[in-house]
Design a protein around this ligand. Structure first.
Ligand code: C5P
Length: 235
């Protein structure tokens, strides 16, 4: 069957139910807008299991998500949504592009979390956008934007203590939201070490895709370590 959509890390297929899609997680890792690429046997399975688990944790906390169920090692069923072309980034600690853009040292703890919006457009390199830009591009209304910000903060309020209990600091992460045909906004896409920065609380060890971006360790060993730290089944 032809995928409905193929992204850098996942393929999306339709199902017999028009409101439900099947996601297949791929073993490919990319960084720097696809400039750096590699395959890691087992990555798809780890990210599928981790994402499924995080979406279950969020659902249990009352956060509406597209996730229905994990159906196999690398597959899950989700509700069909139209993705809002924004990357919603939440930051608790300075790292990555925030450190570069503002010249603040990585590891500086933010007094309050920061939510940023990036326009999902590979040809533009996913630029940081302000509410005025989002309005100009007619991506979301002011009300929708404040809902996204509020919802992203709620996700942080659930995941930050969840990781903290496991001895891991949730440095930052990226979320994507989608709209159902009825207009309901749901958390979509994935939450995985591809889309989060996670540092060991004691040692500062990176437990995320920065090991691949920065060539500082084995991606699979790192994702497996994270998986084991979360209880072996992400539990
Ligand atoms: O690169 P930057 O510091 O802006 O990334 C912030 C967070 O968003 C990181 O956790 C990173 O993994 C995630 N991110 C992502 N996909 C992107 C850009 C950033 O998952 N295209």
């Amino acid at each position: 069957m032809q995928p409905l959509y193929e992204g850098k890390a996942k393929r999306l297929y339709t199902t017999q139910d028009q409101d439900v899609l099947r996601i297949v997680y791929k073993d490919e890792a990319t960084a720097f807008n696809g400039e750096k690429k590699a395959e890691f046997a087992g990555k798809g399975e780890l990210n599928n299991r981790l994402t499924s688990h995080f979406f279950e944790v969020l659902a249990a906390a009352g956060i509406p998500t597209h996730f229905i169920e994990q159906t196999s090692e690398r597959e899950q069923l989700v509700r069909r949504v139209t993705i809002i072309p924004l990357e919603v980034v939440v930051r608790n600690v300075v790292a990555g592009s925030l450190s570069k853009r503002l010249g603040i040292e990585e590891g500086t703890v933010l007094e309050t979390p920061i939510v940023e919006f990036y326009y999902k457009d590979d040809s533009l390199g996913d630029p940081l956008v302000t509410p005025a830009h989002i309005n100009l591009l007619k991506i979301a209304t002011t009300e929708e934007l404040s809902l996204l910000e509020q919802e992203a903060n709620r996700v942080n309020d659930v995941l930050r203590p969840y990781f903290d209990e496991k001895g891991i600091t949730l440095i930052d992460f990226k979320l994507e939201y989608g709209k159902t045909p009825a207009g309901e906004i749901l958390l979509a896409d994935e939450i995985s070490p591809d889309t989060c920065r996670l540092w060991d609380k004691e040692t500062g060890e990176h437990l995320d895709k920065d090991v691949f971006r920065r060539n500082i360790g084995s991606l699979i060993d790192t994702y497996q370590t994270l998986f084991n730290r979360l209880g072996g089944n992400g539990q």
